[in-house]
Write a protein that binds this ligand. Structure first.
Ligand code: GDP
Ligand code: IMO
Ligand code: MG
Length: 439
């Protein structure tokens, strides 16, 4: 029965939170499968006649839908105090968070990895990645290095202490001898983690089993990615990436639900491109057009507040996202931000040292040298925020969507025309067939 994966097609902040929230009312589970509180997903909903904004970092956006069970899968890295802060924040606004399930196999972010993330970036100077400083990279590195701390370790103090001491025996040397920082006391770290154990205990579950049983019962599961295709550690613009698999395959490894159960893959594509942090970005605009997109689109990070780098839509990236994620449906977001432009450039290929590339260059050096080849589409001036059917859009806006659809190679099923829950055009149903659940 339906398992749907929802991913970002570009470098993040495409509007995954809004799209997940849109589907939240018709699915039974929403699962976060990668990343941690480096993500920032904004959802704007009407409650009691007022427009309310929610910024979610660690929790899946499904938490805002009353009948949907939110799940944090094994592929996520958890900063437990941030998790509790987020839960408290939602509870104080009247949101029921009691159904949250957390995988016993998810890794936790100990405070020493936040410290290491920040000091490493400072040490790298001009070679820095521009991370969010939340300890994400060092925690995934520990996981792969088999020195990580898992949620289940909080319930065996002896093992927890052993693991923290072993990790710090090495990390304290690095902190003191390379970064000239004070050593961290293992007792402090153990105490901090144990303080959270009791409150977390009722949420801890074998989430792979829970999801398998739900799918067997015919219920619907939505996987919500953090980050995006080009931030994926394997398929992104390495090393300027995050440290997890944000592409569709990550939904399986990050949840314990096998690929044979996935029915569709929805990719969120912003009508232009943004990026936070360092790394190559062929269509980036350093002029007043970049400033226009940033100001009109309110492109400032939800997690760090950093201004996002802005540029035109790049369909070489869109096509790449279709291929590596197996996209069945695209949601184009923020089409409203392009209103008022006479022509809209769309990058359809790259020129790399005189050679045309229609696909992502396999070598990162070539990608760094890529100059966009633009196709110029006609713009529109009418306000589109009130459009709710595809036919309501001005002809040039429709033509823009249809041309992008042709170029990315998968159908555009929905179009965002504003941040609100209802500010969307559903061209084809995104809700899976067979979904039984309604709010
Ligand atoms: P995410 O990380 O992919 O969930 O995206 P973010 O929440 O970081 O950034 C997307 C921003 O765009 C948020 O502020 C959303 O409220 C907003 N947004 C999403 N869809 C639309 C849309 O169609 N139009 C406009 N104007 N804003 C949108
Ligand atoms: P959402 O889910 C945009 C970027 C950081 C940095 C790189 C590595 O909101 O789309 P990390 O702290 O993960 O080690 O940083 O990845 N990054 C994001 N950029 N949106 C995100 O999440 C991001 N999460 C991480 O800016 O360049
Ligand atoms: Mg975001």
């Amino acid at each position: 029965m339906p398992a749907i994966v929802l991913v970002g097609a570009q470098w993040g902040d495409e509007g995954k939170g809004k799209a997940t929230d849109l589907l939240g009312g018709s699915v039974d589970y929403v699962v976060k499968f990668n990343g941690g509180n480096n993500a920032g997903h904004t959802v704007v909903i009407e409650r009691d006649g007022r427009r309310e904004k929610y910024a979610l970092h660690l929790l899946p956006s499904g938490i805002l839908s009353p009948n949907c069970t939110p799940v944090i899968g094994n592929g996520v890295v958890i900063d437990i105090s941030v998790l509790f802060e987020e839960l408290d924040g939602l509870q104080s606004r009247g949101i029921d968070t009691s159904r949250l399930l957390v995988s016993a196999n998810a890794h936790v972010i100990p405070s020493y990895n936040r410290t290491l993330d920040k000091v490493t970036e400072r040490f790298l100077g001009s070679r820095r990645i521009g991370t969010t400083g939340r300890g994400i990279g060092p925690t995934y590195a520990d996981k792969m290095n088999r020195t990580g701390i898992r949620v289940q370790d909080l319930y065996d103090e002896k093992i927890l202490r052993h693991k923290v001491e072993a990790a710090l025996a090495f990390k304290n040397q690095v902190l003191a001898k390379i970064y000239n920082r004070r050593a961290i006391d293992p007792d402090e770290v153990v105490g901090e983690l144990l303080r959270h154990a009791d409150r977390l205990a009722p949420m801890v579950a074998d989430t792979s089993l829970v999801l398998a049983q739900a799918l067997d019962r015919g219920e619907t599961v939505l996987f919500e990615a953090g980050q995006a295709t080009l931030l994926d550690v394997d398929h992104g613009t390495y090393p300027y990436v995050t440290s997890s698999n944000a592409t569709a395959g990550g939904a399986c490894t990050g949840s314990g639900v096998p690929p044979t159960r996935v029915d569709s893959v929805i990719a969120i594509l912003k009508a232009y491109t943004t990026r936070v942090g360092e790394g190559p970005f062929p269509t980036e605009l350093h002029d007043e057009m970049g400033a226009f997109l940033r100001d009109t689109g309110a492109e400032y990070g939800v997690t760090t507040g950093r201004p996002r780098r802005c540029g035109w839509l790049d369909v070489v990236i869109g096509r790449y996202a279709t291929r590596v994620n197996g996209v069945t449906d695209f949601v184009i977001t923020k089409l409203d931000i392009l209103t008022g432009l006479e022509t809209i450039p769309v990058c359809v290929a790259y020129d790399v040292d005189g050679v045309r590339h229609d696909e992502m260059p396999v070598n990162q050096t070539d990608f760094h040298h890529a100059t966009p080849v633009y196709e110029h589409l006609d713009g529109w001036s009418e306000d589109i925020t009130g459009c709710r059917r595809f036919e309501d859009l001005p002809a040039n806006a429709r033509a823009y969507v249809l041309r992008v659809e042709q170029l990315v190679g998968a159908r555009v099923s929905a179009i965002g025309v504003g941040p609100g829950r209802d500010e969307i055009i559903e061209r084809f149903p995104l809700r899976p067939h067979g979904a039984q659940h309604t709010e």
